[in-house]
Ligand binder design. Sequence first.
Ligand SMILES: Cc1cc2nc3c(=O)[nH]c(=O)nc-3n(C[C@H](O)[C@H](O)[C@H](O)COP(=O)(O)OP(=O)(O)OC[C@H]3O[C@@H](n4cnc5c(N)ncnc54)[C@H](O)[C@@H]3O)c2cc1C
Length: 441
Amino acid sequence: MNRFDFFIVGGGAAGICAALGARARLRGEGVPDSAFRIAIAERNDRLGIKIRISGGGKCNVTHAGDMRQVLSEGFLRASEQRFLKPAFFALSNETVLSWLRAKGVETYARENGRVFPRSGKASDVLAAFEAMLNESAVEVLLNAHVQDVRRDSSGFVLESSRGEFRADFLLIATGGVSYPKTGTTGDGLRFARKLGHSIIEPIAALAPIRFRQKPLSHLVGVSLRNVGLIAESERHKFFRRDDVLITHWGVSGPACLSISREVAEELRHASVRIFADLFPDETTETLDKTFVAFQTKRAAQFVRTFFEERLPNAIVPSLFEQADLALEQKWSVLPKSSRKRLVEASKKFFLGEAQEVPIERGEVSAGGVSLKEIDPKTMRSRLVEGLHFAGEALDVAGEVGGFNLQAAYSTGWLAGESVAKTFLAKLSRRCESEVDGVAKT
Ligand SMILES: Cc1cc2nc3c(=O)[nH]c(=O)nc-3n(C[C@H](O)[C@H](O)[C@H](O)COP(=O)(O)OP(=O)(O)OC[C@H]3O[C@@H](n4cnc5c(N)ncnc54)[C@H](O)[C@@H]3O)c2cc1C
């Protein structure tokens, strides 16, 4: 029998939690498992490939702290925060961690709030979810690539590599479009569009930035700790504070990943230049004062020593070149104009001109199903009865730090619960009308 009550396309964090959410609600109301069939179709030969590769195989499973704070730290756009709020309160980080604990997966939070399994193994997290699914009477269809979805009078019809399936409720949890080799090639967005939904064009997020000109070879591999990263076009200026890594092609590292979505968007309209503020704790004035003090305190010293003591040595020659200063310059004979140029270059060290933010290299992709057409309290489509969306297929993208997995668990769980509630409401209406019918006869 290929007919299901609830069919979930995509066996990632969102799809798994949706199945768990639906079953938990139904069992809570005493509905036998046999009365409500749930299936997850996953095109890969295993569930949760992105959980397995997350956090470099260590899985930054969620972010610690109060959910309100997690939401505001993890999602910088007010529209995303508003949309995700009901889901984040429906399924919190603490609940997810308690599930993992119950399955023997202990976790710890780092100082920056990122939570990891103590074993350091993402596969343990996935195994815990798989065990929960096993206990929840969910039919997992592996190697089931859903190729087409349509709706007819009897519900949803899904064409897949494992044949045709039918369902009353459908969840599209097919993820974003980054790392397409993992299976996330944007099928869900195609299905959503076909069913009448608007799609916000996917864009890279949490991705490296490629420059027009490769960085100088001696700079490749240099890691700038806790600097300011500035992305500037003629229209906008964006800023992040964190580590930046100079790569063969441009930049990467936490500050770059965080700013990449804005850069990708801005590149659609304008050219974007990338700079580092090498002394983000100083203003232009305080840095200049520091240099003035050095001109007397360290008059006989080379100016470069100051930088060599504070920055990776490899960048000092480039910094001096940008300030148009000789490397042998001493503090005692530093003209004011040169000092000003040095301040300027330190606060705005040119790294390169952005050419591209490769979407396939993003940890997530932004864009996806427009939030305006989804009810945030249920994850239900406002356009198509019985249709739901969850996870990265939606137009949300969080920062690095466990926020994206949490968004997938929470939106998935809420979608599953809401499917179960709708089913229960229909069931009770049916019972009422049957009772009425009996009473009338
Ligand atoms: C390298 C990397 C590291 C990351 N590290 C972290 C981290 O440490 N912490 C964190 O919070 N986030 C991390 N993320 C982001 C996080 O993994 C995702 O945001 C999250 O997994 C999204 O969950 P999802 O269920 O919405 O989608 P996915 O996990 O992408 O799941 C979607 C599933 O749908 C399947 N699918 C797609 N189309 C079809 C179809 N037509 N038929 C059947 N199946 C289909 C796919 O194969 C896939 O398994 C990382 C991402 C990457 C790429």
